[in-house]
Every structure is written in structure tokens, then in C-alpha cells.
Design a protein around this ligand. Structure first.
Ligand code: C2O
Length: 521
């Protein structure tokens, strides 16, 4: 196995992904940031050089970080934030997982301002290796022309009444056109700045890795005139499943196989449609289909960037706020799903806090981080029960446990929940009733993933083994919620008794010098 080293230089730069110029929190000067590709088993070193003029941290979404939970990149929970002008090195091994992941800032809402990129773990023994000739990466996101701090402040004021920020646009691999008529400041806007382009070659087979890096929005992904076959969700291989459209929520990933088998004498649209049912009311200045161009390089008549003329979209009537029906997805390797030993019900509701601000509550508490001493990790280690502000914390001392998390969502919006450090079986969800019908759960051949949607006014049940000692977050990945500004975390700390703190510095200024060790009893 190799050691792979990457340098990330973080700085704010002016860029115009969709023609509208704004300040972007960039990694190596670009948006999105550089793709990191490694092989299963590699040691990964990521040197983060912070020149953002504010603190930061980097989380690789979906990694187990087994044995290195302090490399999970959650500020105040697994490490101190990296201060401005400091370099911090993430150092971990990826021995036991492969597939499509992404990395992003986990500090407040920085990732919405640009700090996102793909993280791919190749497996030389991937059983689908012979099913494709080339790989493509597609990052989909909603896009905002205001900085996220402005959006968050606006959102977290009583006047917003809990209405989430409305995106100005969406991007595929950091590009899209924008109608400058809608821009408040036209001098900062360039019309037709251009779409992302992908090149196909007749009869070649592609593995397309699709990642939704949005701050808020779910999309339906499709490619005009081309069928797709799903082979991977969130790093878990599936049996092949043919689809024409693919719903994908924030934080989720899919790999699909696509064969370039239609006429090269046309260009084709790749589309990411905002889920219309999930958008707030006031979206009249939003183009609901985010597009990119596919061009066949053996075409005799088409230019690489001419807009597709003969491209036909798949019927888009099927739209909604839920994931692809997980019952259709089957794991590539069927593993027996163990019975649950513990069931935890998590009630998600939205209501005003004492300041009249609409917040998310999980089991009656809404987490607001105390950025000083009262942080989660410190408290877990010291045995204090004051976790931030009423944080939900679940402690496991027995790695043989099997836990069902039963989410009950009384909100009229869906919530894509992400569990750090683990994958979970998606046993089922529904919204015909508020409470699950346990007899209808799939405990035979459910897929495993790390991010899954709870429908509006509905429920979902996920099952996982808390067998990875460390402090791991579980949160809604909508950016109003991440970093625990709205939705509290769920923090898993197996073997609490064997966590030892090792402080080697001043909490506030010394990045990464806070560490903890785990004894394997
Ligand atoms: Cu994608 Cu807590 O992260």
C-alpha cells in the first residue's frame, strides 16, 4: 500500500461559477476543490494550509476513521478548529472501504461557500471493474450568490420564520449559466458563462460517480436518451439496477454505468432537476433544471459546446421528496442483518426557541455549540453530562450492540440524516403513518449507506453496529442544520471508560494538539 500526500491551500478568491462573481472559500484556488483519489488500504496525508482568515476543519464524508476518530474533522467534537495561518495534517488509513465519497469543511457553513470536492477510493478487486472503460465524476449542488454567513444570519432570525434560504442557481461540476436579469448587481454578472462538458466516445462504457454536495437541495439526476445502471450507493456495491432518473439528496452518492450507445450526431443534456416539491415557495428566479453537456468525440457534425438540439429528457413526472425506493436496491454481497439489541426513538420537530427563532429539536433539545470549554469531546471524556446545550448523547460500552434508530419527523420537510463513522442498513421509511410498521421493515436484504432521507411527516428506521470507538456525529445534512446550529447531534462513544484525554495545548489556539486515545480493552 502507498502513502498518498495532498496539500490543500485554503483561501478566499473571487470566482464566477455561473457567471455571477462572488467570494468563494477555495481549496487550491478552485471550485470545486481538487479530487482526491486513493486505493483501498492506502495511508492518506492531507496537509491543510489555512489562509481563510477564519478557523476551519476538513471532514471526509463517509469514512469510518476506524482507530483514528480524531481525524474525522468535526470541530469541537473531534478536534480543535484549525486557526488561520496554521497547517494541520489529516493522517489516516482507508483499509476497509472503497467507492465514492466527498470531503468538505465541517466548520459552520463553509462548505456552502465552496469547500467541497470528491474523494474516491479505488478497489483493485472491485467486481465491476470490467464493466466500464472510464470514470467520470459529477458534483451536483444548489448555489447561492450570498455568502453563507449572510444566509445563516438571515435564517436564524425570528423574521425568517424558519424559511430556509432559497438557492439562486444550481451547478454541475461548478458550472452553469445564469440569467443576469435576475442579478441584483448586473455588473458582476456575465451571461452564458458556460456549462460543464463531458466527452463520450461511441460504445465506451462509463462509470459515473454522482455526488450531491448541496447545502439544502435534493435533485433528480438523468441523462437524456441514455439509460443508467446503479452499481453503488454511498460506497456500498449493489446489484445492477436500471433507472432513467436518480433522486439524490444532500450528502448521498451513486455510481451508475452508462454506455455511449446512441447517435453521436447530437449533443445531450445531463440534467439535475431540483425536487420541486421540496423547494420553498419563492423560487421564481430559479432555473429548475441544472444542466451539463455531453458530446460524442466521434461526432462529425457537433461542436463540443453547442447546446443539444435533439436531446430528449426522460419524463419528469416522477418527482418527490423521497429517495429512490431502497427496496429496489439490493446489496452486491448479501450479509445477514443482525437483530437489534436496542431501539432509540428520535423525534424531530421544529419550533421556536426562547428567542423566537425557529429551530430543529431532537427529543426536545436543540444543540447550539458552546465554542469554549463546554464541547462534546471534552465532556464525554471528563464524564460530564453537560453536552453543549442539551445535546443528545448516546454512549455504548459494548461493541456487540446493534442499534435501531427510529426517526419520527413531524416537520413538513424531508431530512437527509448522515451518520459519521458507520454505515447503516436502511430498513424502511414511510409517510402514510407517523410511526413505523415494524412488520414491514426489510431485515433481509436492505442496503447499507451513510446518508438517508426521512420523509416529511413520516418515519425511517436505520440499523447499525456501534462498533467503531470514538465520538461520531449524526445530523441532518441540510446546511441550516449541520454543525449543530439547528439539529442536535447524536454522539456515539463506545467504550467510554477507555477514552483517555491527552491535552497538549491551549484549547482555543492550538489546532489539532488536542487528541485522545482509545485503549482496546
Ligand atoms: Cu458530510 Cu457531518 O458531514
Amino acid at each position: 500500500h502507498k502513502t498518498r500526500e495532498f496539500d490543500l491551500y485554503l483561501s478566499k478568491v473571487e470566482l464566477s461559477p455561473d457567471g455571477y462573481q462572488r467570494k468563494i472559500w477555495s481549496m487550491n484556488g478552485s471550485y470545486p476543490g481538487p479530487t482526491i483519489e486513493v486505493d483501498k488500504g492506502d495511508r492518506v496525508l492531507i496537509h491543510v494550509h489555512n489562509n481563510l482568515e477564519e478557523p476551519t476543519s476538513i471532514h471526509v464524508h463517509g469514512l469510518y476513521q476506524r482507530g483514528t476518530p480524531w481525524m474525522d474533522g468535526v470541530p469541537f467534537q473531534t478536534q480543535c478548529p484549525i486557526p488561520n495561518n496554521y497547517t494541520f495534517t489529516y493522517d489516516f488509513v482507508v483499509p476497509d472501504q472503497s467507492g465514492t465519497y466527498w470531503y468538505h469543511s465541517h466548520y459552520i457553513s463553509q462548505y456552502v461557500d465552496g469547500m467541497v470536492a470528491a474523494f474516491i477510493i479505488h478497489d483493485p478487486e472491485d467486481p465491476y471493474l470490467n464493466d466500464y472503460d472510464e470514470e467520470l465524476i459529477v458534483l451536483i449542488t444548489d448555489w447561492y450568490h450570498d455568502e453563507s454567513s449572510i444566509l445563516l444570519n438571515r435564517y436564524l432570525s425570528p423574521a425568517s420564520q424558519g424559511n430556509e434560504p432559497v438557492p439562486n442557481n444550481g451547478l454541475i461540476n461548478g458550472k452553469n449559466n445564469y440569467n443576469c436579469e435576475w442579478a441584483p448587481n448586473k455588473s458582476k454578472c456575465i451571461e452564458k458563462s458556460g456549462y460543464s462538458k463531458f466527452t463520450f466516445e461511441t460504445n465506451k462504457r462509463y462509470r459515473i460517480r454522482i455526488i450531491n454536495t448541496s447545502g439544502f437541495s435534493a435533485f433528480t439526476f438523468s441523462i437524456d436518451d441514455h439509460e443508467m445502471e446503479i452499481i453503488e450507493v454511498d460506497g456500498s456495491l449493489t446489484r445492477k439496477l436500471k433507472v432513467n432518473r436518480l433522486p439524490i439528496h444532500v450528502g448521498q452518492r451513486y455510481s451508475v454505468l452508462v454506455t455511449a450507445n446512441v447517435s453521436p450526431e447530437s449533443n445531450y443534456w445531463m440534467r439535475a432537476n431540483f425536487h420541486k416539491d421540496c423547494l420553498p415557495e419563492n423560487t421564481k428566479h430559479l432555473t429548475r433544471t441544472v444542466k451539463a453537456i455531453i458530446h460524442y468525440k466521434d461526432s462529425l457534425s457537433q461542436q463540443p459546446d453547442s447546446e443539444p438540439v435533439y436531446s430528449r429528457s426522460w419524463d419528469d413526472n416522477v418527482d418527490g421528496c423521497v429517495d429512490l425506493d431502497a427496496k429496489l436496491l439490493k446489496p452486491y454481497n448479501l450479509e445477514k442483518i443482525p437483530d437489534a439489541t436496542r431501539k432509540i426513538v428520535l423525534n424531530i420537530e421544529f419550533k421556536e426557541d426562547e428567542n423566537g427563532i425557529e429551530r430543529a429539536f431532537v427529543n426536545g433539545s436543540s444543540f447550539v455549540p458552546n465554542l469554549k470549554a463546554n464541547n462534546t469531546l471534552h465532556n464525554v471524556i471528563s464524564g460530564s453530562h453537560e453536552f453543549g446545550r442539551n445535546q443528545n448523547v448516546f454512549i455504548y460500552n459494548n461493541t456487540q450492540e446493534v442499534v435501531d434508530l427510529v426517526f419520527i419527523n413531524t416537520d413538513d420537510g424531508e431530512h437527509p440524516f448522515h451518520l459519521h463513522g458507520h454505515k447503516f442498513w436502511v430498513l424502511g421509511w414511510g409517510n402514510e403513518t407517523m410511526f413505523p410498521d415494524y412488520s414491514k421493515l426489510n431485515t433481509i436484504d436492505a442496503i447499507q449507506r451513510d446518508t438517508s432521507t426521512i420523509p416529511p411527516n413520516g418515519w425511517s428506521v436505520i440499523r447499525f453496529k456501534p462498533n467503531n470507538p470514538g465520538v461520531f456525529a449524526c445530523h441532518c445534512h441540510m446546511e441550516c442544520s449541520i454543525n449543530n446550529i439547528r439539529t442536535p447531534g447524536l454522539w456515539l462513544t463506545p467504550k467510554k471508560s477507555s477514552l483517555h484525554a491527552r491535552f497538549t495545548g491551549n484549547w482555543e489556539v492550538n489546532a489539532g494538539l488536542f487528541n485522545y486515545e482509545i485503549d482496546d480493552e
